[in-house]
Design a protein around this ligand. Sequence first.
Ligand code: HEM
Ligand code: FES
Length: 345
Amino acid sequence: MGVEYKAVQWNRQKRRYDLVLVGGVAAYLFIFGAVTEWFFPNVTEEIMLMRAFGTAAFLLLHVILCIGPLCRLNPKFLPLLYNRRHAGVTCFLLALIHSVLVIATYHAGGDTNPILSIFVSSPLTGSVAGVPFQPFGFFALVILFLLAATSHDFWLANLTAPVWKSLHLLVYVAYTLLVLHVTFGALQGETGVVYFGAMAAGLLTVIVLHRTAARRERRGDLELPGDSAGGFVEACAVADIPEHRARMVCLSGERVAIFKYDGKISAVSNVCQHQNGPLGEGKIVFGCITCPWHGYQYLPETGASPPPFVEQVPTFNVRVKNGRVWIDPKPNPPGTRAEPALITT
Ligand code: HEM
Ligand code: FES
């Protein structure tokens, strides 16, 4: 949480996460090498290595993209999200090794500048199978570098959360470029069917998971009717909200999280200031709304992080009448105290 930028703090969870990540990548590279040697004994070591690192990076990117929707569908996946940025940096490093191996093998031997060679070595032929696929990989690598280089909380604090989040949505552009890279590359290689099939399965998984999570979220959005009493609209029954947790409602397209705790009701914007995590899926821990993604905390009455932290989310005025929660759709500025409504029986 941001008071000011602080150096990385390691903890046991981060170390375990990284150990599993590095162990998983090492196991993948080893198995890839063994399978290639068994089934394709004529493939040279350089080509085996560039394929191993390229596919490892692409596979890890699939995992990274699937973590978000998986967490929406089942909170058991939340531990994967906690250090997703470490997976992102690892993905870039694997892609970089793949690219360096490719450049050293195919582009460094001639008179042309090796980077320029990526763009001019395969001229357009007019056939789909001849589309130069390497420039797609190059631009994807540039984006992955940008994301890895700005992944630290230092950049999140300095660029501000909305700018950082928009920048990191470029991961979907990188993914699209890589789908093109692998598709057109596969059309030109002897193992094309295998790569194309695996990539199609991966793409389908990413799309289906994102669509399922979005549909589930839309279904959960209870868009409140416009009719109101004194500006307030009826949101839900007090009994619908589990203790120390929230019920999410949608007000003019904005998600609002209504929390029940210690005989009171408070409502805040659902969007965490860290990386837009869903506050309404978190719970109240030691009196603070705790984001389920990385644990940023906010006081339910004010929407402000407890001192010395400085994050603030908008609050909403609430009332409780006859066991029903009423809410003023107009948000208060972030960090503004909104008197909690007392639950009377
Ligand atoms: C400068 C950037 C890049 C260049 C020049 C490049 C070039 C190549 C080449 C020449 C191949 C075919 C290798 C062969 O089988 O002989 C290939 C395949 C592949 N690349 Fe890249 N690539 C780049 C970036 C990337 C990135 C960023 C990723 C993933 C994150 C990636 C993932 C793959 C995958 C999955 C394959 C298919 C497996 C294979 O045939 O090696 N590439 N790339
Ligand atoms: S999104 Fe990271 S703590 Fe909320």
